[in-house]
Design a protein around this ligand. Structure first.
Ligand code: TGC
Ligand code: FAD
Length: 388
């Protein structure tokens, strides 16, 4: 009988539709041909491969679930998940770029914006001509966004924004920022063109994680935008949290790709590496580790697929997203670290991908709600007691 696919032991792929498989194959090919050959160097040099944006856009990967009316691909949630999985098999930084553009910038315009805002921004964002960033986190503490200090005050027909945001993906390459600010009426969202007077973005350097991604601090010094730039259809923390649910859903899929990349690498490496007169793969201690990786990847695949089916049926709950974000990030970071170990000294350079994925996943397990935040969301669901 044919051997099982070590990266998909339960043939989860057979549960996908033809269209979903096609999306996965298309993105997979792009990652194999265009991303893997350059990404180690990008990480080493601390460079986001901006030159890939046009092709990512051409493949329909930006705002992929938004209807075609707005220049987007109109795919389902499972296809979006597969996009995230394949991109992150390349690098978490590339998946971050797509998550932020799709779920954190295009989604709020689509879900909370006026028809004029949607027609104006979404087609250009799908085409990769307008890049967005999402400013929620502030320097004094990201886990508790309700306590934000950035504020927007009404002044005639305009809004004047003051404050600062921290750790903002795409900050220095964005043409627009989706900025969440405190107003007299609670938290509201604004579309801020990054060439507006008083707006500055300052890139964060010396990162040891997500090096192939742009991360920035944003500063707002009397930044003035017209009322037409306010997202009219949401008020309160549920605005940004609703975007986070979309992005976190995609992030449950992404780390599966990172873990698959790492497992594939050590499966190959341990066949070739001969120590004590036999391939490394023939040692029980090594097989146990790799079997355990396959077990954890398989569980994560089934979790994300069912989450995606719930999402496409309109039944996905934020607590379910929290559980999967927690589980799948933990799964992947543990696997990446073990793979780094199995590679020995060879595991410490970017010639192999394990250390790059392991370091990237330090960000992935922290952003979009830390592991602890997601554990406490699940705890609150189980007990009815808010322990934050
Ligand atoms: P609470 O005050 O209870 O709720 C406020 C309102 O929001 C609603 N809600 C949600 N809606 C949609 N999705 C969710 N996940 C939601 N969670 C809550 C809720 O029903 C309520 O609505 P209403 O109508 O009653 O006003 O807020 P909470 O107690 O649930 O929130 C606490 C906590 C800690 C869970 C929340 O503050 C939190 O999630 N903190 C973590 C912040 C975070 O994740 N930041 C991420 C920043 S963006 C980022 O990291 C991008 S990285 C991207 C990349 O590079 O890939
Ligand atoms: P803090 O909130 O200060 O948390 C510090 C520690 O305290 C954590 O371990 C946390 O789990 C723990 N903790 C917090 N509350 C509790 C509690 N009640 N009980 C027990 N422990 C607790 N944000 C954006 O808005 N947009 C972006 O595009 C974006 N991109 C990012 C890119 C990168 C590379 C990184 C690293 C971050 C990004 N973030 C972004 C910010 C990210 O969402 C925050 O870092 C994250 O939400 C945590 O906030 P914090 O860093 O302020 O940590």
């Amino acid at each position: 009988a044919a051997r099982l696919n070590p990266l998909d032991l339960y043939d989860v792929r057979s549960l996908l539709s033809d269209e979903e498989r096609m999306v996965q194959d298309t993105v997979g090919r792009f990652v194999d041909e265009k991303v893997l050959p350059i990404i180690g160097d990008c990480f080493d040099q601390g460079r986001f491969p901006k030159e890939l944006i046009p092709e990512i856009a051409n493949l329909g990967l930006l705002g992929a679930t938004i209807p075609e009316k707005y220049g987007c691909a109109g795919m389902n949630g499972v296809s979006y998940g597969l996009i995230c999985q394949e991109l992150e098999r390349g690098d978490s930084g590339l998946r971050s770029f797509a998550s932020v553009q799709s779920s954190l910038c295009m989604y709020p315009i689509y879900a909370y914006g006026s028809e004029e805002q949607k027609m104006h921004y979404l087609p250009k964002m799908a085409a990769g001509e307008v890049i967005g960033c999402f400013g929620l986190t502030e320097p004094h503490g990201g886990s508790d966004p309700a306590n934000m200090k950035t504020n927007a005050k009404k002044d005639g027909g305009d809004w004047v924004i003051n404050g600062a945001k921290m750790w903002i993906t795409n900050g220095n390459i964005a043409q627009i920022a989706i900025v969440w600010a405190q107003t007299e009426d609670g938290i509201q969202g604004f579309i801020v063109p990054t060439d507006t007077k008083g707006f500055t973005a300052q890139e964060v350097h010396k990162k040891m994680s997500l090096r192939a991604s742009v991360t920035s601090a944003l500063f707002f010094d009397n930044v003035r935008v017209p009322e037409a730039n306010r997202l009219p259809n949401v008020k309160g923390l549920k605005g940004p949290l609703g975007c986070l649910t979309q992005a976190r859903y995609g992030i449950t899929w992404g780390p599966i790709g990172a873990a698959q990349a790492c497992l594939k690498e050590v499966l190959d490496y341990t066949q070739e590496r001969v120590l004590f007169g036999r391939p490394l793969a023939s040692n029980q201690a090594i097989q146990l580790k790799m079997a355990d990786m396959a077990r954890r990847i398989t569980s994560a695949q089934l979790l994300s697929l069912q989450l995606g089916r719930l999402k496409d049926a309109g039944k996905m709950e934020p607590t379910q997203v929290s559980l999967a974000k927690w589980n799948n990030c933990r799964m992947a970071i543990d696997i990446a670290r073990e793979c780094r170990d199995i590679l020995g000294g060879a595991g410490i350079t970017v010639e192999h991908s394990a250390i790059r994925h392991a370091l990237n996943l330090e960000s992935v397990i922290t952003y979009e709600g830390t592991e602890t935040v997601h554990q406490l969301v699940v705890g609150r669901e189980l007990t009815g007691i808010n322990a934050f």
